[in-house]
Design a protein around this ligand. Sequence first.
Ligand SMILES: [Cu+2]
Length: 343
Amino acid sequence: MLAVTAAFMPRFAFAQDAATTDAATTEATTSEATLDPAEAADGSTEEAAPGAGAYTPMKPTPGKGMPVAGGIGFQDQYSEDGEFALWMHDSILLPLITAISLFVLGLLLWVVMKFRRGANPTPSKTTHNTLIEVVWTLVPVLILVAIAIPSITLLARQYEVPPKDAVTIKVTGYQWYWGYTYPDNGGFEVISNMLTEEEAAARGEPHQLAVDNRMVVPAGVPLRIQTTGADVIHSFAVPSLWFKIDAVPGRVNERLLVIDEPGVYYGQCSELCGARHAYMPITVEALPMAQYRAWVLAQGGSFGDEADSDEEVDAAPLQQPESAIEGAPGAGAPPVGTAATTA
Ligand SMILES: [Cu+2]
C-alpha cells in the first residue's frame, strides 16, 4: 500500500505546489478588492483585473456540512429533500425499527421462559390459529404501506426535473480530482484538488475534505447538477445536502439541487475509482447570488446570455471534459480566470 501511495506522490506534490501558488496570488489580490456586486456586474472589474475578484474562500462553520467526531447519525441537512429524508429516518424508520426489534425480542424471551421444558413439559399440538395468522400477515403489510408512502414520495422528489432557469454546473470526475464546469457562465472549468494536511490546517478546514478550488454555487436557487466521468465511474456525494449521483464516462446524469443557505459543505467521491479514490474530496461553497456573480466574474466567466436565456437553457450545453483533451489543463492547473493573473 505504501509503495502504491509513494508512486503517486510526485504528481500529487506538483498539483499541490501549483495550488499553493494560485492561492497566494488570490490572497494578494483580494486584499484590495471589495464585495460590491454592482461594481462587479458592470464589467469594469472584469476588464481591470481578471481573477482579482471580490472573493475570499468562506470559512467553514464547525459541525456544519461536515462529519463530527463521534457522530453516528446523519449530518444536519441543508436541502429540502435532505430535511424530508432526515424526518423520515428519525420519525418513521427509526421508531418502527426499534419497536419491531423490541417486540420480537420480547416474544423470544416470553417463549423461552414460558415454553421451556421445565415450565411446559407437555407441548401443545396446535398447528393453526386463524386470528393470529391474519394478524401476522396484515400488520406487516400495513407497516410496509406506511413506510412506502413517504419512501416513494422521497424517491419522486429526488427525481424532480430542474426548472428551466436553474443554474447549470457540470461535474466531471477525473482520476483523481474533480472538475466543475459552468456552461451558463462562459463554460470555464475549475479544477479541484485535495489540500495537504498543513494547508487544510492553515485555512482552518478539515483535512481530507478541504480542496484548493471549491465548487462555488449560489444558495437558495435551483441548481442543475450534471455529472460525468472522464475516465472511470466516480460518484459525486455531499451528505449534508442529501446529494449523491454517479459520474459515468460517456453519459451525463442530472439532478436538481437547492441549497437552503450559504455555507461550506463537504463531500467525497463515493464510488471506488482507483488508487487515490480516498483523496478526491468535494467542497461546495454556497454563496448569496450577488457574491456568486462576483466569483463568476473573477473566474473570467460571464452572464452575457441572460437576455435570451429562455431559449438558451432549454437544453444545457454538453461539453467534452476539458482535461480529456490532450494538452488541456489537468490536475492542479489553475482555473482559466486565475491563470491570467498568475501569468
Ligand atoms: Cu472517484
